[in-house]
Every structure is written in structure tokens, then in C-alpha cells.
Design a protein. Structure first.
Lengths: 382, 102
């Protein structure tokens, strides 16, 4: 094994993921994005069969040993074929970080379905009035006998329209700020839950939306954190999800660069391929350089997570940097193809539309930089 | 050892290099800006601490370290230069040239 590189096993895993993405995920991807409001269960099952949804999970529930760098490799490769499928891998992984805290009974109830791809469970934090200010959520959970009664509304939740359960964050002490936040597993078939869609400009199969909770009663066993400790759980999920978003964006950028380089070698102007004009070629290789820098940030963060080290700083760097440069890279690729780049005949313009959303979810660039100021300059300067 | 990180030995080398740079390279760095050569005592100190033998086989008295370790040597000596606005950047550059030639 080498420092600053992948193990041989990981390189082999990458080849396998590349083949899988090309043969199983790429066909029909753009059609799915036009027509579906879900990631079909057949695709989720394929991810499950490959073990991608259960890396690092107990073998008794269908999980397999592995590490977070490998998950990153899967995300990066599959995102080149369909960014939502690549990104999807991170959602159950993050949910499992929370469900792993539940009593055995609840784990046995939910983890096997999550790992196989049958069930969808994602974290639900954001509300209508607050996203960045995650400690300001208004959803409440009131203890009543051996259950909790939840009220409130969540929005901008991935797969909201298709969820089987959500890792939901609510205040058990509404006056305590972020120290009043507690995590619960919320099965979505309980009475009192109403879902609603949110119309993103792209991302259709993400089934984006929200749900209202009106006197939803859940048994105490579904509480996933100690009362008032949910915020820390949310943050550790974010530290992982943010790297996943970085690698998703970089996957999209790499697919775009591949297309643009291919095009630039074929297309001629003034009697030669446009790849021989430095106005085109320099931009493409500069962009490839930025992508490579972003990859190092992401894999470094995942490698630190593997070792159980704090990686809030590294994740925040990856989350602001990667989607931003991916947006710029894809923009450049659109322009390299000229008129064709902006048509629906090529996937580039759609990708440009879609990648912008990655800059927003799970923490805006501004919030990432606020985290970095706190980590690197001092909390008194935040 | 972790992928995408430094080995324990590399981290120890970095600590040593940083300490060396702070103790030996930073003092007088600004004054050395006026010289057009390396002061001999400085070169001897670099040699004495093993910086010049990082890519030299052990049979010639070197240590034959890996290239990442050489990168650490460059980065840490240049750090002293940056802090003191000195010509230690040249020290780091010369080190990298040494690595290259060898």
C-alpha cells in the first residue's frame, strides 16, 4: 500500500465499479432523469447486490467489511454514469451511522432492507425556515409515556417522495438551541405524516420534497441519540455526506472532461482539430488539474474517517471546493462543444444545470467556510 | 499506515525538519539575503542533520528515503523561509535540485 494512493485491491475495485457503471447504470440514465421521480428499486438492488450499501456494516445484516475510501471510489465512478445513483450510495451509509445507535431490535428491523436496497432511509434535517442554521429547527418531539409525539415540517429531503423511513432531527428541548436536538428514526407509514414534492429544476429521480409531521407518535425505541445529543450525530453524518457530494461533483466533471476532450480531438476549425488550439486545450488540462486536487481532498478526508480521526475541516474543504470547480469545469466543457454543448443531444448542459444543486445541499459554500474559519482561525472569529 | 496520508516515520521526520528549520535556518535568514552563496556552516548543518543524503544510497553515507520524505524536507525548510522572508526558499530549492540530480 502506498501513501497518497489506492491499494491494489482498491484499484481493482475501481475497475469493477467502472464496468458496472458503464454496463448497468449508464444505459437509460438520461431517460430516467426525464421521467422518473425515484431511483428504481432494480437499480438499488444492484447496488445492494454489489455490497455498496452495506460497506462497513455488520455481516449478520448483510453488510461487508470495507472502508470509506472504497465507498468514495464507488460514488466517483458511478456518478460518471448517473450522478444521483452515485450520490445515492452515501444516503443509506449516512443513515446507518445513526441506525447503528438504535436497539438491536430496531437495527434488525431496518438494516437488512437498507443494505439490500429494498428500503430507503435518509437523514432529514432541513426545515422551511432553516438549513444552514441547523440548530434552529422548529420540529418538536415531546415524551409521552413510552413514546414521543413529533410535530413539524422537513423540506429539501432527498428521496422524500419514496422514503420508507427518515432519520429525523427534532427538539426535545425547544429552548436549548442545538443542545436541544434529538435524533429519531421515523417510519413514514405512521399516521400524521404528509409528504409533498419540491420542484427542483433537475434531479427528478431524487424525489426531492418534504413532509409534515402532525402528532406523529413513535415508540421510544426509535430514538437514535440521547436527548439533546442529536446535533452531534447530524454533524458526523454531514462530515461524511459532504465528501460524497464532492466526489459526486467530481465524477460529473470527469465524465464531462472525457466528452469534451474526445470532441476537441475530432472537431476541426481553421483546418485543424480544436484540441490543437491552446484556448481549448489549456482550459481542459487546467480543469483536469483542479479535479485531481479535489480528489485528493476527498480521499484524504475519507482516509481520515477510516482511521477514526476528526475530519470536519477536510470535509468542509472538499464540500466547498469540489462542487464549485465541477461547475466551472462542466461550464468550460459546454463551451468547448459550442452550440452542441448547449443542446439536449449531449448530456453536458443538463449536467451543468444539475451540478449547481450540489453546491447547496448539505451545507452551502459559505457555511463550509464558516466551519473552516472556526477550525483554522478560531471560534471567536466566526 | 493509511492511504492518503503520511506514514508515522514521515510525520516524525516532519517534526524533526520543522524543528531544525526553526532553530537553524530562521535565525539570520534575513541577513543571508545579501550573500550570493550558501554559508558553509549552514550547508554543514544541513548535511549533519541528514538533509543532503535523503536520496543517496546508504553505502555512500546517505539514507535513501522516499520521495514524499524529500517533499516534506522541501516544504518544511521553505516554511522557515516564508516566515522570515529569507533566502531559505533557496535552501529548499537547492535540496530539491539535489534530490533530482541524485
Amino acid at each position: 500500500m502506498a501513501e497518497f494512493g489506492f491499494t491494489e485491491a482498491q484499484e481493482m475495485f475501481r475497475q469493477e465499479m467502472r464496468r458496472f457503471a458503464k454496463n448497468e447504470i449508464a444505459p437509460g440514465a438520461r431517460e430516467r432523469h426525464r421521467t422518473l421521480t425515484e431511483i428504481p428499486v432494480e437499480i438499488r438492488r444492484k447496488l445492494g447486490d454489489l455490497g455498496l450499501l452495506g460497506i462497513n456494516q455488520p455481516v449478520e445484516y448483510g453488510g461487508q467489511p470495507g472502508n470509506y475510501v472504497s465507498i468514495g471510489i464507488a460514488v466517483e465512478e458511478i456518478a460518471q454514469a448517473d450522478f444521483l445513483v452515485g450520490g445515492y450510495i452515501t444516503l443509506p451509509t449516512a443513515a446507518l451511522m445513526a441506525i447503528g445507535q438504535a436497539p438491536k431490535e430496531v437495527q434488525g428491523e431496518w438494516i437488512p432492507g437498507l443494505i439490500s436496497g429494498e428500503k430507503i432511509v435518509v437523514p432529514a434535517n432541513t426545515e422551511n425556515h432553516c438549513g444552514s442554521d441547523a440548530g434552529a429547527i422548529k420540529s418538536t418531539a415531546v415524551k409521552d409515556g413510552d413514546s414521543y409525539v413529533l410535530n413539524g415540517e422537513k423540506m429539501a429531503i432527498c428521496q422524500a417522495l419514496n422514503l420508507h423511513a427518515a432519520v429525523v432531527f427534532a427538539k426535545t428541548d425547544p429552548n436549548a438551541g442545538f443542545r436541544g436536538v434529538t435524533a429519531f428514526l421515523l417510519p413514514m407509514d405512521l399516521p400524521g405524516i404528509t409528504r409533498f414534492p419540491i420542484n427542483y429544476i433537475g434531479w427528478k429521480p431524487q424525489g426531492l420534497g418534504g413532509f409534515a409531521m402532525e402528532n406523529v407518535r413513535i415508540p421510544e425505541k426509535y430514538r437514535l441519540s440521547e436527548e439533546g445529543k442529536g446535533f452531534y450525530l447530524a454533524m458526523s453524518q454531514f462530515d461524511f455526506l459532504r465528501v460524497g457530494i464532492g466526489l459526486t461533483a467530481l465524477g460529473m466533471a470527469q465524465a464531462s472532461l472525457k466528452e469534451a476532450m474526445g470532441y476537441a480531438k475530432q472537431r476541426t476549425a481553421f483546418g485543424r482539430p480544436i484540441a490543437s488550439f491552446q484556448g481549448i486545450s489549456f482550459k481542459l488540462v487546467e480543469d483536469a488539474t483542479l479535479v485531481e486536487a479535489g480528489r485528493l481532498l476527498c480521499y484524504r478526508a475519507l482516509s481520515m474517517k477510516n482511521q477514526g480521526l476528526m475530519h470536519t475541516k477536510e470535509s468542509a474543504m472538499a464540500k466547498w471546493f469540489c462542487p464549485k470547480i465541477a461547475t466551472e469545469v462542466i461550464h468550460n466543457c459546454v463551451l468547448a462543444l459550442g452550440h452542441f454543448g448547449y443542446t439536449t443531444d449531449y448530456p453536458l448542459a443538463e449536467r451543468l444545470r444539475d451540478v449547481v444543486g450540489l453546491e447547496i445541499g448539505d451545507g452551502t459554500p459559505e457555511i463550509m467556510k464558516t466551519i473552516l474559519v472556526r477550525e483554522m482561525i478560531g471560534k471567536e472569529f466566526v | 499506515m493509511a492511504e492518503f496520508g503520511f506514514t508515522e516515520a514521515q510525520e516524525m521526520f516532519r517534526t524533526m525538519a520543522r524543528y531544525f528549520a526553526r532553530r537553524e535556518l530562521m535565525p539570520g535568514a534575513k541577513e543571508r539575503m545579501g550573500l550570493n552563496r550558501y554559508p558553509e556552516d549552514l550547508v554543514k548543518k544541513l548535511a549533519g542533520s541528514g538533509f543532503l543524503g535523503l536520496r543517496i544510497p546508504e553505502k555512500y553515507g546517505g539514507q535513501m528515503s522516499d520521495i514524499v520524505t524529500c517533499g516534506i524536507a522541501c516544504e518544511e525548510t521553505a516554511r522557515a523561509s516564508f516566515l522570515s522572508l529569507s533566502n531559505n526558499q533557496a535552501t529548499s530549492y537547492t535540496l530539491s535540485l539535489t534530490f533530482y540530480v541524485i
